[in-house]
Design a protein around this ligand. Structure first.
Ligand code: GDP
Ligand code: MG
Length: 170
């Protein structure tokens, strides 16, 4: 029969990488050019049907500022999934994403489903991070990688769908 799964999901990544925009695209199908910075964290929920299950994502969109770093464990603790977002036009955001991956590997759930999102994939002319580099990094660190665009919607539903498929069926 059809299973109902509740899954806590956290978005982590540098300020400005597009975490809130990815969530807004997924939950409301919208994009805004001047997305306000997130204060602390914001909560959303969205349900997604996959083959054998209905997954209700309980989404924590974190701020990303260093001064909120100490709060992050509250959001990733007990999370079934994480999306670590970087901006393909910003090398520092990729470095920051790797730091988050390290933190999740040492402090997070052992069986957490982790996705690496190279966001702003619509800004190809400004690319600073090669897709191959991110792909290799993801493979070596047990994440799956997709390039997304909150602006065009490319791969946004797909990344949540892929997470839903990978969640353990209990
Ligand atoms: P956050 O700090 O990680 O939550 O990033 P935001 O979602 O606030 O986005 C930061 C800025 O990048 C905003 O001006 C967004 O409009 C812009 N942005 C987010 N995603 C994309 C994208 O996929 N493409 C482009 N071109 N801009 C984006
Ligand atoms: Mg935000």
């Amino acid at each position: 029969g059809n299973k109902n799964i509740n899954a806590k999901l956290v978005l982590l990544g540098d300020v400005g990488a597009g975490k809130s925009s990815v969530v807004l695209r997924f939950v409301k199908g919208q994009f805004v050019e001047f997305q306000e910075s997130t204060i602390g964290a914001a909560f959303f929920s969205q349900t997604l049907a996959v083959n054998d299950a209905t997954v209700k994502f309980e989404i924590w969109d974190t701020a990303g500022q260093e001064r909120y770093h100490s709060l992050a464990p509250m959001y990733y603790r007990g999370a079934a999934a994480a999306i670590i977002v970087f901006d393909i036009t910003n090398q520092a955001s990729f470095d920051r994403a790797k730091k988050w991956v390290q933190e999740l590997q040492s402090q997070g759930n052992a069986n957490m489903v982790m996705a690496l999102a190279g966001n702003k994939a619509d800004l190809l002319d400004a690319r600073k991070v090669a897709a191959e580099e991110a792909q290799v990094y993801a493979q070596e660190n047990g994440l799956f990688f997709m390039e997304t665009s909150a602006k065009t919607a490319a791969n946004v539903n797909e990344i949540f769908h892929e997470i839903a498929k990978r969640l353990p069926r209990v």
